[in-house]
Design a protein around this ligand. Sequence first.
Ligand SMILES: C[S@@+](CC[C@H](N)C(=O)[O-])C[C@H]1O[C@@H](n2cnc3c(N)ncnc32)[C@H](O)[C@@H]1O
Length: 351
Amino acid sequence: MAAAMRRLWVFFWCVGAVPASAQVCGNGVLEGDEYCEVDPRGGYYFNVSGLDCRDLGFDYCTLGCVGCEMHAPDGAPLGRDTLRPMSEGYIHGYSEEERRRLVAQAELWRERFLVPGLDYRAGEKLLEIGCGVGAVLAVLGEHFPGLNLTGVDLVPSQIAAAKDELASRGLRADLRVADAGALPFDDASFDHVYGVWVLEHVREPHPILREVRRVLRPGGTVAFHETDYAMFHVFPDHPDVAYLGEAQRALFRREGDPHVARALGARLVATGFEDVTSGPMGFHYFTGDPELARFTDYLLGFLEPMVPRLAELGFDEARLREGVAAMRALPSLPEASITQFAFRATARAPR
Ligand SMILES: C[S@@+](CC[C@H](N)C(=O)[O-])C[C@H]1O[C@@H](n2cnc3c(N)ncnc32)[C@H](O)[C@@H]1O
């Protein structure tokens, strides 16, 4: 079993079916009679000694193949985790309900976080990495008419939904399935790169930051937007809401980084960007402000569906549900508030 699991961790990055005799599949090193194949849905799965990984309960690995061990061509390990398909590992999943949530989320944050302070001009080329179902890319297209839009996401169904979303809003965009850590674009292809709620889902952001720098023209800008999941405060304090928050951070730690927001500035500096800025934006809603109910609903829109997965991690489901109930009750309390911080970090590619 241990040997089988070790082999399961080998990451196969391939562009076509590879015969069992091949020793290298993309940047993955094959052992023995292992081989990999293109999944008809657009991702890749691999097969170990004739054993279909789907027989092991795995679906398939999309580009990026969350959870595999990646090997450099010389066999050196580049990182590893247990094997999971992106569709399973990704915290929010890829349901129709989640598609609608992302579109509503982009509307909620449009004026308060996503577009203020940005200066994009007609004719300029913008890439959104991790564009999901195109919700924010559409907001950017509407807010900056004439901006030339490109979006990439790891998951084919997200890109299909993004194509529908942009088209339904009368916007044109080049939308592609791609890993932000291996972008299918030439050097200096874009004036701007935009990212929102994407690096928090990534274990290892350095390859993505390097790619962003590479595809930006000299002096081109990058803007990342991420939430810090520890900078979330509910008043009055409630132990089960705190427990729910702790569980959410534990899940993010497993799949990505709940605190990437506060690290963005330093990481952009370390990647060689110039004119780096990074700062928190605070959002505070209180009893008497109709936004308190709206914001609470928004938060529960992703926290409540997470409860079964948090319980799988070992958190007490009854307590998690108490936390959800306590949050739901918040807007009806005589004195209550929610405070949340998110960060925007910006920088320029070296001139
Ligand atoms: C929370 S969604 C946000 C989508 C979009 N930015 C928005 O705000 O509506 C995160 C998206 O990032 C994608 N993603 C995660 N890792 C990625 C990677 N390495 N390359 C490209 N997309 C990635 C996921 O598939 C998912 O669609």
